[in-house]
Design a protein. Sequence first.
Length: 217
Amino acid sequence: MAAAMHSLLPEATPTGGLLGRVQYWFACFFVIGWTGVVCGGLFHQFGLWQYPRPLDVAQRMFMLLAAMGAAHIVRTAMAHGALSGRDYMTGWGLSLAAVTAGSFASWRQPVVHALPGDKGYGSEVFGLHLHVWAWIGFQVSVVAIGAAMAFAHWTAGHQVPATVAGPLRTAGELALGFLGLVLLVNLVAVFFEEGFHWFLPQAPARYRFFQDVGFLH
């Protein structure tokens, strides 16, 4: 089976090898970038005590899902040292679906606070709320993913040496480890906030898990 898959990959060329490395580095950057954005949300949650609302949690989920699409590309390159066009389409397709859905979630949030005098929820960063920055990030990602997919037929090849020790593999391990850690932390944070309930309240004011188990009243 491995030999059959190997035969489906196009012959490597110097240009394709260089662009393949660029795609790989971009995928690592994409994973770390969106995972870092989620860390920013966690800082506002635990450092500034701003409880995330349902749309905030949804945006984080789409950010992590987008990172997981790029992580598929990184992990495949680390496992096989090569990526086919199908691998690129699978990974970037998942990321594109995630950032598109995330764009809608971040656009929906200011609509909820569109009434006169409503300044929105949460603190601002450089004059803009976090959901506005999220929307900008999602839009930039759509363009970046489109560019990556446009070059996928050139970058598919055999010259992504991430299977052996070196900077490519180290970057991949760091990206995947960072994503896994933040996924776990975010899962625990949402569980603590939601507790043993199906839905988050629209304006959460406590971690309901501790209330459910009797630590809070």
